[in-house]
Design a protein around this ligand. Sequence first.
Ligand code: C2E
Ligand code: MG
Ligand code: MG
Ligand code: MG
Length: 288
Amino acid sequence: RAKGQGRNQVCDFDPKLGMMMQERRMLEADLALAIEDDLLTLNYQPQVRLGDGSIAGFEALVRWHDDRRGAVAPAEFVQIAEETGLILKMGEWVLETACREAVNWPNDRRVAVNVSPAQFKQGNLVYSVQRALTNSGLDPARLEIEITEGVLIDDEARALKVLRGLKDLGVGLAIDDFGTGYSSLSYLRAFPFDKIKIDRSFITGLQNDQEAQIIVRATIALARDLNIAVVVEGVEEFDELGALGYQPDLVLQGYLLSRPLTRGLISGFDEASKAIRAEMATLVASAR
Ligand code: C2E
Ligand code: MG
Ligand code: MG
Ligand code: MG
């Protein structure tokens, strides 16, 4: 650093920042290559109906294992993909792969696919979804698209057009991370959603949080009256389930049931999860 030029110096260079910028550029480049070379994979987290313990479907969650870095957190690289535009290509890969793999599951199981804001806004999402369905032969009713509330606020008219286009294909629509964004109850009326996923932040420690219980129970009751299904995300403990009131029409997704599974573990999940699913269904039945 040059002496005496103080804080107004323009070319002041912090080596740490430089490293971060370089690391970031390398991450971007490696991510681009990983997408190009088909090095991403999908894990699938099970969703179970509380009422009878039956398996409703799985959420596809993208994974990137880099040789040098190890497993990179999706929250991190999805964000980078968003900022660089790589998300369009990655998003199409996720859609194509999820549909192709889900075709081999029992045909009463759905696959949920996350669509990021940039993908929703920039891409031709309806066309991408249609193509993934056609290429795979997956029944559209078995595909569910998850979007977050944030994508709805900027341009409601366009959002509605895209959602209607998806609906016309016959796919399901879910609001992800419900309650964390610019939640507006009017969205439930204005947009054709079939399902909301109550965010994990409301569920964690629910048994000790009176206010969260009031909010979650009211949300569930509201959704029920509007004929919108409810998934509770991030359930890790039986006590959280108890605080939800053991409501039979809920769908549960969380570590209590299962972590996201690699593709090869899906066919064995029915058997492996029999005990926990039966336990949940019994609890719900005895709470009636
Ligand atoms: P999300 O869509 O809300 O996915 C749920 C996240 O919560 C997953 O994290 C899942 O592993 C985690 N989770 C589920 N149950 C529990 C639990 O009981 N406890 C805890 N602590 N965590 C739980 P993951 O796989 O790391 O993904 C993080 C986020 O990255 C996702 O949140 C989603 O926003 C994004 N993402 C993941 N895959 C994709 C993808 O294919 N496309 C896009 N656009 N975004 C994706
Ligand atoms: Mg999701
Ligand atoms: Mg979520
Ligand atoms: Mg999330």
